[in-house]
Ligand binder design. Sequence first.
Ligand code: ZN
Length: 176
Amino acid sequence: MASFKWNLKTLPFGTQSINYHLDGDFFRDKEPVEVLSASVEVEVTMTRKTEVDYEMSMSCRGSLTIPCDRCLEAMTHAVDVTYQLSVRQEGDELDDSNEKVLIVPASWRELDVEPLVRDTVLLTVPIMHTHEEGECDQSMLSALQAHEALEERERDNAEAATDPRWEALRKLKNNN
Ligand SMILES: [Zn+2]
């Protein structure tokens, strides 16, 4: 795959673009989403405007296979997002606190766009992501519900064991 490291210093003025194909490995073990597999086409376009000013655009299209939050079975999440960002080389500290303008140290020769691309794709996944209503795996749902009911019973039993009223009752019983 083409390198994600863009050499800013030698970039010609004008617009350059590079296409990338992202698979499951690109997202392996990355927070905050567990990606089982992926197929996303990305086009990164960088326009050098001055010695130190760049406009960057990332278009990402494809899909991710991720576990459903309700039934835990695999679901498909469609990705279709474009993110634009100004990049400026200035000073000696990286500042990524602004969503629209990324400040990178003047001394940097390269900009690694890999984390930017990854975050752009992963941010399209809602915090709570589930199958469409009625499309969850029913057998998994029943198994999960049974498991939850069991845990709840165990919790109740544990609470009963330490409930002071229960303790008082037991003492009362023992005294009689
Ligand atoms: Zn589901």
